[in-house]
Structures are given as C-alpha cells and as structure tokens.
Design a protein around this ligand. Structure first.
Ligand SMILES: [Zn+2]
Ligand SMILES: [Zn+2]
Length: 178
C-alpha cells in the first residue's frame, strides 16, 4: 500500500473562485508518496500529482434541498473567512493513491523460482531446470561407473552367494573354449 508520509510537505497550486454557491477551489497537489512495491515488495518513494476541483459552500445553505445536496457535493465553508482545504485535499489524495504501487513502471518483480528481486539480480537471471537436471545426471553417471564396478564385484556376489560364483567360473572356461 502506498501512502503520503505523515508530516510531508505538499506542493499546492490553488485557485479560488467565488461562485453563487460558495467558493470553487481548483487545486493541483504534488505530494510525496511512500510504499512497498506490489511486485517486488521493495520499499520505495515517489511523487504523485493530483488535481481536483471542489465546491466549498456555507453550511447553512446545505439543508435547503436534499436532492440538490446529493447532486452538488460540497465541503463546508464556515463563517470564519478561512477555508479549510485539508478535508478536500485528503479525499483527493486518498482517491488517487495507487492500489498496486510499483517502484518502477516496468518493475520485473521477483524471480518465481528463488524469490530474488530481479532488478537486483544479474542480467539474464534464470534457472535452467534442464541444465540442473543434466548436471545431476552427469553427477549420477560420474558416480555410476565406480558404483557399478564396485557393485559387480560386491553386490552380485553378495546376493548370489557362492553357487553363482561357481556357475560363473564354470561358464567362463566353456565360453573361452568355444
Ligand atoms: Zn518493484
Ligand atoms: Zn531466481
């Protein structure tokens, strides 16, 4: 979620217009933005610009007509001669806060394999699963001959027992003879 940091300075460009209903405020706001990137979860700061136009009307005028009140939404204008811009400002900013803020427009997010932030990873970061499989297979093969040669000596003899060895010694001279 993105937010405007508390106590942050806002840049305001405000135009006040006296209209029949009250004061029409046209404002442009530049506010700092802070949040966590929705894709890569990295905290980031940014700037948002919001423009809004709101009517500030004397409160006494509001209860005149319920329908009209719905139609023209206005902020209260009290008789102090001061216009409190903050509620309108807050509403406008909250409306514009990005729901899925990104640290950069083209944030590549996190690697689905290992979770590393792709912007921080070396270019072309990827996991070649086939490569990993081949590597595993090579290791298996590398270990294989030793294992199998040891197996030929140890395992069949162990399993077969003395009878097989005698068979083998019998057939071997026979084959050599033919
Ligand atoms: Zn990001
Ligand atoms: Zn990765």
């Amino acid at each position: 979620m993105a937010r405007v940091p508390a106590g942050a300075d806002l840049e305001l460009d405000v135009q006040l217009e006296g209209v029949a209903e009250g004061v029409l405020v046209t404002a442009s706001v530049v506010a700092p933005l802070a949040g966590d990137c929705a894709r890569c979860l990295e905290p980031f700061t940014s700037v948002m610009q919001v423009r809004f136009q709101e009517l500030f009307a004397p409160e006494s005028a509001e209860p005149a007509d319920a329908d009209e009140q719905d139609a023209v939404e206005s902020y209260p204008l009290d008789g102090s001669g001061q216009l409190d811009l903050e509620p309108a400002l807050r509403d406008a900013l909250v409306l514009e806060l990005p729901l899925s803020p990104l640290c950069e427009d083209d944030c590549k997010g996190l690697c689905p394999e290992c979770g590393v932030r792709l912007a921080d990873a070396e270019p072309g970061h990827e996991h070649e699963q086939r490569g990993a499989m081949w590597a595993a297979l090579k290791n298996y093969r590398a270990a294989g001959p030793e294992g199998s040669s040891a197996g030929e000596e140890a395992v069949p003899d162990g399993k077969a027992g003395p009878e097989r060895t005698t068979d083998r010694t019998d057939t071997a001279p026979g084959q050599a003879g033919t």
